[in-house]
Design a protein around this ligand. Structure first.
Ligand code: MG
Ligand code: MG
Length: 283
């Protein structure tokens, strides 16, 4: 794993209290998460060659508002849209645009957030547009596998960086299987979530296990690894939002909002009946 550029995790500098939710509050977060899940399912179906990322943004906003929820990204620090749509070498925070028309072979990462009754859900998927290169399919699958490994590490009594370690280890294993050293993006990562989208703690996507705060029932975390086919180093475009890979390599991003429960991880942004980690995928 390439770790150049690793910054000191924010939770080492600032240790705010981590919000604990009641079961009832988590139920509302699950409802918010289902809005996000349905939106991402619709976008996955709609995303194809000839469709612009602005059209996907329109569909997302309509779907979220029809569900009685509010798109959390819209207006967030001035962000102009309801989803982030990041294509190919764009990692995260891509701004949807009419002129950004998808084509076969593109790798599109869509990040989506919704607020329902004051509670947040936040999730991301990477979508293959038409036929993509085998390397890009593997990159996306490796990133998704790293996310699920992180989810599986969520349990009461575990430490925060047990999740980080699980994510990094899974990405390394996937890279070994694929014959490539994936670049983990370390300047961005997961976060606490609940009454706000971004809360303490910051969740690094790399690190030794057994560090950071202990996980407790009622906490919720967004787990979101970002991998690239290159170094993992990043650069922000002049639009002040879009984060791209420094070396132009392609990137993938997968995210779920997950609650810590006594029964194991509760994946709040997974589709109905699918909120537990799936069996590892055949790769
Ligand atoms: Mg997100
Ligand atoms: Mg997030």
């Amino acid at each position: 794993m390439n770790l150049r550029g690793l910054r000191v995790p924010r939770w080492l500098r600032r240790r705010g209290a981590i919000e604990i939710k009641t079961r009832e509050e988590l139920e509302v977060m699950r409802a918010a998460g289902l809005v996000v899940a349905r939106t991402l399912e619709l976008l996955t179906d709609a995303a194809r060659s000839g469709v612009s990322t602005a059209e996907l943004d329109d569909l997302a906003e309509q779907t979220i508002r029809d569900a009685g929820a509010v798109p959390s990204f819209k207006g967030y620090h001035g962000f102009p849209a309801s989803i982030c749509a990041s294509v190919n070498d764009q990692i995260v925070h891509g701004i949807p645009a009419r002129e950004c028309v998808l084509a076969d072979g593109d790798l599109l990462s869509v990040d989506c957030g919704a607020i329902l009754d004051g509670w947040h859900g936040d999730a991301a998927v990477t979508i293959s547009i038409g036929e993509v290169a085998a390397a890009d399919r593997q990159l996306s699958a490796a990133t998704e596998a790293a996310m699920w490994a992180g989810v599986a590490a969520v349990e009461p009594g575990a430490r925060l960086t047990d999740i980080s370690f699980a994510i990094e280890s899974a990405a390394d294993r996937a890279g070994e299987a694929d014959g490539i050293e994936y670049g983990m993006v370390v300047e961005y990562g997961g976060h606490g979530i609940g009454r706000a989208m971004h809360m303490d703690p910051f969740l690094p996507n790399v690190g030794k296990p057994g560090k950071g705060p202990q996980l407790r029932t009622g906490m919720a975390l967004a787990i979101e690894p970002m991998l690239s086919g290159g170094s993992g180093e990043t650069r922000e475009l002049d639009d002040g939002w879009t984060v791209v890979t420094e070396d132009g390599s392609r990137a993938a991003h997968w995210e779920h909002t997950v609650a810590v429960t006594d029964d194991g991880p509760w994946v709040l942004t997974a589709p109905e009946q699918a909120s537990r980690p799936p069996e590892p995928r055949a790769r």
